[in-house]
Structures are given as C-alpha cells and as structure tokens.
Design a protein around this ligand. Sequence first.
Ligand code: FMN
Length: 387
Amino acid sequence: MRLSEAATISDLAAMARRRLPRFVFDFLDGGAGGERGVARNEERLQAILLKPSYGRGVAPDLGVRLFGRDWKLPIGVAPVGMAGLIWPGAELALARLAQAKGMPFVLSTAGTTPIEAIAAAAPDSAWFQLYASRQDAINRDLLRRAWESGIRVLVVTLDVVVPGNRPRDIRNRFVLPFRPGLAIAADLARCPAWSLATFKAGGPEFAVLAPYAGGGAPRSIGAFMGEQIKRDLTWDDVKALRDLWPGFLVVKGILAPADAVAARRAGADGVWVSNHGGRQLESVPASIDALPAVRAAVGPDLPLLMDGGLRSGEDVVKARLLGADLVMTARAFYYGVAAGGPAGGERAQTLLAEDLHRSLSQLGCPSFAALDRSWLWDPAAAGQNDR
Ligand SMILES: Cc1cc2nc3c(=O)[nH]c(=O)nc-3n(C[C@H](O)[C@H](O)[C@H](O)COP(=O)(O)O)c2cc1C
C-alpha cells in the first residue's frame, strides 16, 4: 500500500506494523496489562452517535483560540518518549508539520531531540512536557531552556508515578537498559528500511535529559531517566512548578473530576484528560467517558485537552461536544511517521483534518468551536432528539 492509498489511521498503523521491527511497533501500539484500556478508548468513542442537521449550507471553521494564540487545527501531537526509536527524526518531522499546519506539537522529557532544536523547528507550535525530576536543579534547568527557546506551554504529566506494566515490551525484552537479543537481530533483518535509517542516524538517545546524565552510553542514560522521575510528586510540587514557569501550565493525565479541580487550584491554566493511551492503568475509564464529569467540575471556562484513541474527525467532534477545547493524539501521528517518514506524518494530519472538516459539513455545524451537546444523538431519548 502507498501512503496516498492509506484511507484511515488504521491503514497507517498496518503499514507501520510492516515497516517496524516488532519490538518497536509493540512499544508504540501496546498498552498496560491485557490492553483492554487501549481498546476501550477507541470503542467508547465509536459508541457515541451524532445528530446531523441538514440544509444549513455551512463552510466549517476548524480554528480554535487557546493559550494566547489561534490554532488552525484543534488537533495536536501528544508527547512520546523514545520517539526517535519509532523513526529517526520523527519528532523534528512532526514539529515542522505542526508549525506548518498551525497545531501544537508536544516534546517529551523522554524525547530524543533537544528542546532547542524542536523550538527552532516549531517556534509557534512547540510545547514541552515535563516528567518532574526528583532533582530540583534539573526541573529548573529544563524549564529555563524551554522558556529561553521560546516555548510558552508547559505540560506536567502526573500519571506516570511508576512505569506501566507493558507485557508486549516484557515479552520482546524491550526494557531499559535495553539489551538486544537474537530475536531482535532477526527482527532488524526483516525491516531493512528502519534498520538502515536508524543505523545512519546513530540510534536514538534521550537527548532532552542527556545533559544531566553526566555522559555515558544511551542505555545508561535510559536507566538515569528511570531513576529521575519523581515518584512522590504532590500537588505542592505542581504549585512549585507553577511558580517557576512564567507561561501557560497544563496538567496531563487527569481522569477524576476532583483531580481536575486540584489542578486548577494548583494554578494550572488547563487540564489534559488522559489515561496515557491505556499504557498506565488498564482498568480506568476511556478518556471520552471521563471528560464530561471533568468539564462539569471545572466549569465552562478552564481549557480542557483530551486524548486517548482519537483516530478520525468524527472522534474529534465527539471529544469537543463532550467538553474538550483541543484534542491530542500520539499514536495516530507516530503510526504515520513510522509508515512513511515525514510524508507519513503529513498523511495522518491530512486524514484527520479532512475528516474533521467533512464531519462538521455533514453535521451542518459551522465550526469546531460551536460543537456542543445539541449535536449528540441520545439513544435513551428517542423522540426527543429535536434541536
Ligand atoms: C509510545 C508512546 C510513548 C509515550 N510517551 C509519553 C511521554 O513521554 N510523556 C507523556 O506525557 N505521555 C506519553 N505517552 C502518552 C501520550 O502522550 C498520549 O497521552 C496517549 O498516547 C494518547 O493516546 P493515543 O496514542 O491513543 O492517541 C506516550 C504514548 C505512546 C504511545
């Protein structure tokens, strides 16, 4: 299949599966435990029905205003650790794409490209995601570098208290420190394009954290990264980060309404409803199911972001009408890059943007911003679905 023939994000995922060594695809695609949490994110989105209204002749506007700027597309690239393993240069490609298309790109603390390089590639679009370190000096320096390179939105992720249980990674022996075994050698031989590109690029390293690890091989930096995460993070720590960071602060990984309220109390400018793509706790609600109560708890004005299983424009519509101001996805974009490098990332973006435009046109809704619950088909209210 060629990129131009990929008609859905799952087509791109199928292409990625063929192009990537198994341990890499599984790292991207997999989730916690039996992966029911991953599946639930998508299934619960699909279960929601929409209520079109015809004869309105709309020309939909996809734009949204958030954190002091206008975004052309309300869909951003969520942070991914070890992204350079998925495809060399994946982060730079997606950061450039985000800049060109007017959407956010979020660089992870566990990223494989320096903060400064991402900020230069996406001066208006780059955000930085922090896994708070147990060493204050590291947090301060990361925030300083992000701010000085022009980044204005900081995302603090709370839902990685400890790494998730990912059986696929364990079976593939893909754990840090990484020790490639025989099975992986066979895998590499099966995927010459990935292997060659990775070999040429020199293999990924944790470039964001490397300056603090005191040199050493990438695998020891990986171990360093694992040791660094502050496992006893509290809301007081979030408040301290709030005081340090002059820009917008978003708290990521929220499902419970009370936690969203706590985030706002700690000074967050936005809350990101997420279950980490089903990679942390398996038995949690789908993000889409957690979203309405979070919106109700924080009121209409606090910016809400949401991710988890969004794979189409219709999914994006559903997230908006249940309370999200902007949505994010990690896998959709990284499947794209894995399927075809920068052009594959662009294909993912085109599929999502075109489908969002098409969905709003079909619904008869004039803009993404105007989507509310009146566009929801309520099967329990048969006969009461009149607008
Ligand atoms: C391979 C991979 C690595 C990830 N690494 C991070 C990370 O470093 N920081 C973070 O906050 N979230 C991380 N996430 C979670 C994503 O940012 C996002 O919340 C989730 O994947 C959204 O679900 P989706 O992939 O189904 O769209 C990662 C997700 C994946 C798939």
